[in-house]
Ligand binder design. Structure first.
Ligand code: NCD
Length: 304
């Protein structure tokens, strides 16, 4: 059993330093300019224990664009449904010849656990309420398509921070890069303790305060599947925190509006904001492919 994750693993933003982050972003830029089949004859397994559209498809396209062979294993259409454990599934995939495993799992820490048992790189595609590193990297990549630097940038994250692995990874990455992050939402979704996530994080309940001076707004979905009995009054949420065109005007003129998806129009943001020109949600999705190509090439030790 390997004592530590295989080189090239990407378990979270927490373990990366700014140099690693910039290296991945630079590599993604090169991928976007020119793609070569540098992973030909490599096998990549995509292990999805939880629903996914964007992340699964973009990892799959990214792998295929680099010439790799991919297999998607969905929890509901495999032996996982018959009760096979995560570790045994990992051993099986390795025996089948997989050279990297991309995993999404409803339990926080599942990719970390798997990485202690398999000797191929493990890439976290979202684990419970913990981290979603590839999303944070593609968010940074997207922001840098519009802003010169992350340093000194003011980013407002609005909504369900508590249940969001995207929020956690975004906060870790953005603050490592010198941005200031304001978290905003009701206490059930943004506990006061969230300010301790990193230096340079502020919590406010006042949306106007969060949006004033914001260079970037990131709206988050209310994670209904993780609320567990929490009585959240959606009407109140909409009244106080929904991102509407009028509220976007509180921010800087050149603000961009982001969302990791899936978006629920009429809840965390209005339909007109979803479709507005300054909204870059589909750009995030598109950039996800290049960023995941960089992550996969890194995982397999292929430089370009
Ligand atoms: C997010 C996720 O699954 O963590 N979506 C994504 O990967 N782009 C956010 C969400 O589900 O709200």
């Amino acid at each position: 059993m390997p004592a530590r994750p295989a080189a090239g693993s990407l378990l979270g933003i927490e373990a990366l330093d700014l140099k690693d982050i910039n290296r991945i972003l630079d590599s993604a830029r090169r991928m976007q300019r020119r793609t070569r089949p540098m992973l030909r004859e490599r096998r990549i397994a995509l292990l999805f224990y939880e629903a996914s559209t964007r992340t699964r498809v973009s990892f799959e396209y990214a792998a295929k664009m680099l010439g790799a062979t991919t297999t998607v294993i969905n929890a509901t259409a495999s032996s996982i449904e018959k009760g096979e454990s995560l570790i045994d599934t990992g051993y099986t995939i390795m025996a089948l010849g997989a050279q990297a495993i991309v995993i999404r799992h409803p339990s926080s820490g599942a990719p970390h656990l798997l990485s202690r048992y398999v000797d191929v790189p493990v890439i976290n595609a979202g684990d419970g309420m913990h981290e979603h590193p590839s999303q944070a990297l593609l968010d940074a990549y997207t922001i840098l398509g519009h802003k010169k630097t992350l340093k000194g940038l003011r980013v407002a994250l609005i909504g369900d921070i508590f249940h969001s692995r995207v929020a956690r990874s975004d906060v870790l990455l953005l603050t490592k890069a010198g941005a200031h992050v304001t978290l905003c939402g009701p206490p059930e979704l943004v506990p006061d303790v969230a300010r301790t996530l990193a230096d340079n994080v502020t919590v406010t309940r006042d949306l106007r305060e969060a949006l004033e001076d914001a260079d970037v707004i990131i709206a988050l979905r209310i994670q209904k599947e993780r609320l567990e009995g929490l009585q959240l009054k959606l009407d109140d949420y909409i009244a106080r925190y929904q991102i509407s065109a009028e509220r976007v005007r509180w921010a800087r003129k050149d603000v961009i509006v982001m969302h990791p998806g899936p978006i629920i129009r009429g809840l965390e943001l209005t339909a007109d904001v979803a479709d507005a020109e300054r909204t870059v949600i589909l750009e995030q999705v598109k950039n996800g492919v290049a960023v995941r190509m960089a992550i996969l090439a890194r995982a397999l030790g292929v430089s370009h």
